[in-house]
Design a protein around this ligand. Structure first.
Ligand code: HEM
Length: 135
């Protein structure tokens, strides 16, 4: 992917240290800004869902230099998200809320370089998940 693995990993470490429950804040932003997605989340208790999302983000960042892993896993995840009722525009909403959350928690560690690295990484994740969704 040509992403800046070091910047992504170090900034995620800062955020995780300050707020172990990154995704709790993420869902607060998501449901406040886009309440229409709330009904999609019902299968799992929300704490389980939060843990899975957090683990997924950590796994992606750990494998950011492993194109084969990303390709296989993100396409499969994109495919599953079709069944959850996730549409293409929702990826923009989720990307916005993820970056807002990371920026808020990273505080001074959220430099323009870190912001650019996350914008690029999310764009790549979105692209692979949507490619999987199209199959
Ligand atoms: C970076 C992109 C994303 C990641 C890493 C991610 C990660 C995950 C993971 C790990 C799960 C658990 C089940 C599974 O493995 O399929 C899941 C489920 C789910 N995701 Fe995502 N997701 C992403 C994008 C989105 C977007 C854009 C939406 C749109 C609102 C969304 C909505 C959902 C829903 C509705 C479920 C099922 C929840 C339930 O069963 O209650 N996700 N996601």
């Amino acid at each position: 992917m040509g992403l800046n693995a070091e910047l992504l990993q170090s900034s995620l470490a800062v955020v995780a240290e300050r707020e172990p429950q990154i995704t709790r804040r993420f869902y607060e932003h998501l449901f406040a800004r886009y309440p229409q997605v709330r009904p999609l989340f019902s299968k799992n208790a929300s704490h389980l869902q939060q843990q899975m999302l957090q683990e997924a983000i950590v796994a992606v960042v750990e494998h950011v230099e492993d194109a084969a892993w990303l390709d296989t896993n993100l396409r499969a995840m994109g495919r599953k998200h079709v069944d959850y009722g996730v549409t293409e525009e929702m990826y923009d909403w989720v990307g916005e809320c993820l970056l807002v959350t990371l920026a808020e928690l990273a505080e001074e560690a959220w430099t323009p370089e870190v912001a650019a690295a996350w914008t690029e990484a999310y764009g790549a994740i979105r692209g692979l998940m949507l490619a999987g969704a199209a199959n």
